[in-house]
Design a protein around this ligand. Sequence first.
Ligand code: GLC
Length: 509
Amino acid sequence: MTGPWWKSAVVYQVYPRSFCDANGDGVGDLEGLREHLDHLEWLGVDAIWISPFFRSPMRDYGYDVSDFCDVDPLFGTLEDFDHLLEDAHARGLRVLLDWVPNHTSDRHPWFREARASRDSAKRSWYVWRDGSPDRPPNNWRAAFREGPSWTWDAATRQWYLHLFLPEQPDLNWANPAVVAAMHDTLRFWLDRGVDGFRMDVVHCIGKDPALPDAPEELARLPWCALNDHASTHGLLRDIRGVIEAYPGERVMVGEVVLFPAERVAPYYGREDELHLCFNFSPLWAPWEAEAWRRQIADTERALDPVGAWPTWVLSNHDNPRHRTRYGGAEARARAAALLLLGLRGTPFLYAGEELGLEDAAIPEARIRDPGGRDGCRAPIPWEGPDAYGWANGDPWLPWPPDAARRNARALGADPRSILHLYRRLLTLRRGVPSLQRGAQEMLAVPDGVLAWRRTSDAEPWIVVVNFSDAEQRVPLEGSFRVAAASDGRSEGTAYSGRLAPEQALWLRG
Ligand code: GLC
């Protein structure tokens, strides 16, 4: 297949704290991930993105980095990482790291030095403002907690900026020394052989130097969902230059949390900024044909004119899992897999969705995350109880619902399971250029149903999704065979023109 690998790839997100614990401390680690690469190879994904495993005080569970160039001892060592990368590459799996450029931990030596005095050589590596202790410099809100994105530093009598927790001070990317130091952190991992980066809230790195107030009507939103300054684009072009100095189509995937998709499109640049950007509004769309029709149309309208390649994601470490959001029924989780993997663009899976996992219920005493995101971060069950394949059966968060049945071993033994469905879809997709890279055209179908045609030089494919809880007649011109069915029924037979309630099909022309 021509074109860069990341256009036809399926990426699988690993949240390392929750993937698998090999050393018995109740927290997942790099060795636990390495031991399960056979699962990922068997499943048929092309790349993994690993959420942060760098040194961190873990106030934001790794997104508060105190050393960008080392592995936190909780997760292992640099040697463990090299071993993991080598094993992944040997299996044909590419590896993306999670780079957190907008902020550091307040324990990072850079911030410690900056905070020490107003005259510190690193003072201007962060964003400081004069003022009085009772009035923050502007109305920007921080994420996760009510309150300003500013903290008053009593010792040096200035405010510092943090779009997230006070323990996550924002770097000042207007300072060339910060740019150079952050480029070096990329080179550190590129030199070790990583295939690219998911870039955390990367639309936030350039800030308006005047730090103007958010408009009153938007001031309730955290500023990280609003920051959209022109200077970021130049910074991204320079970062792209760093990446492209390396051979092998390394990729930059940006977490650009802006709405609507028209505001995300500029972050692709003219093929000189991000290769891919997340597209989050579909992630929040309900399980309804009409809502999804709009999401698909909005995405095409925003991205196609600038030649930007879309991405699709239903679940990640920041939001309730889609099975939970869609009400819990397995039929929907299965149909959602055909939807996600049938759309034109690069799909991102979140570890455990192939097991049909739902969010864990978190009793108050076990809440860990200041942002309320523990449920979707529940540990992945690899085997049955008591330890579920973890070295320590009492992990940092509770197990997800029904883990005695919904675990990789039990589902792997059942060819009708959702796990085998994901595997069939990923295997099919790999061999079908129309699904991987083909054009997409929506078809006229009854209410409650969506259908689209995927075409390339090879045979056309059709994806049909019945979002409704009624059987639907969906006649199509031409004759088709069922290549994949969300409920596994009728695969390999001629398409009958009917869909069962909440059934999705992939049809081969
Ligand atoms: C991104 C991450 C989230 C993190 C935040 C701050 O949104 O996905 O987990 O808390 O950035 O780094």
